[in-house]
Design a protein around this ligand. Sequence first.
Ligand SMILES: Cc1ncc(COP(=O)(O)O)c(C=O)c1O
Length: 385
Amino acid sequence: MTDTTAADATIASAKPAAKPARPFFSSGPCAKPPGWDAAKLASDSLGRSHRSKIGKARLAYCIDLMREMLNLPDTHRIGIVPGSDTGAFEMAMWTMLGARDVTTLAWESFGEGWVTDAVKQLKLEPTVLRADYGQLPDLDTVDWSNDVLFTWNGTTSGVRVPDGEWIADDREGLCFADATSAVFAYDLPWDKIDVATFSWQKVLGGEGAHGVLILGPRAVERLESYTPAWPLPKVFRLTKGGKLTEGVFKGETINTPSMLAVEDAIFALEWGKSIGGLHGMIARSDANAHALDKIVADRDWLGHLAVDSGIRSKTSVCLTVEGADTDFIKKMAGLLEKEGAALDIAGYRDAPPGLRIWCGATVDTADIQALGPWLDWAYATAKAG
Ligand SMILES: Cc1ncc(COP(=O)(O)O)c(C=O)c1O
């Protein structure tokens, strides 16, 4: 077939024969768990009050499953809150910040969003540690007498923190981790985390709607001992009369949840449990990232935006494409979508032009492997066109 030469690689422009069986590589909402079908979701709680016996039982079961799957220690509470990951993280910011100085870390779009919240909305004057897309700021310079905000896995740059070693054991400030693309893909060191947030539509492949808020004991202490200077909307309020509203962490949600989203999350969690729990999920994500690494290593025209593999995401893997601008990426992604070979793989709008391929646990490794020849085809076709 006609070939295009890029760098040292020769790229076949023939359409590959086999397509990924499930071409869902979006970085959020992400692929549903293998075998998922809407008809398989339990429906007895639908059309019922979330405060009914069954409603409360399903919410509590969902919380229990998350706790079990995450190996969350008894020291940490876990609750379902409104507004997806953003709601959960902003709830934590609005209720706890202002008590001491703040440091915000940003190396991609979502971390930058928390900086904007801290500076422009809460009018705090945080120390901001930034790095360009593909890199991390120097974590060793973080002052842990401050409250510290960061994203565990930067979904739009594919850069994650290497581990929790840089988080001081004797910190005076609180550690706030937006961990939405990290939870269920890494073994998180809960003793280092005072606040963590995530949403179901990432590694679990659940539905968007609700956020999950995890609070360590020092975060609860802050909530019970500190009243922020600004007003708190009802959906952010976690205390009453100076005491934590414990019901939120038992399934008594602040306002009405989508029980359909809850049932869907339960399906995903039960699937996760069936494949070996957290470590089974981590293994699938690792295998996917490894398969994608091989595709990148075999092609001179593809690269990792995060050059350092020690800080490279295993979920939202961001790739550079030689010579590509936004239009070229759009063309490639459009070609692949039209063929049904890969959906939603253009990089995030604020990130440098490139591809972003979700490697979380709900993606099948065989589908990542099948993607390689399709990337070749799309690259060659976009170049030729
Ligand atoms: C790191 C990070 N933080 C926050 C968000 C916002 O999440 P949500 O849409 O669940 O509010 C995302 C979404 O992709 C994200 O990747």
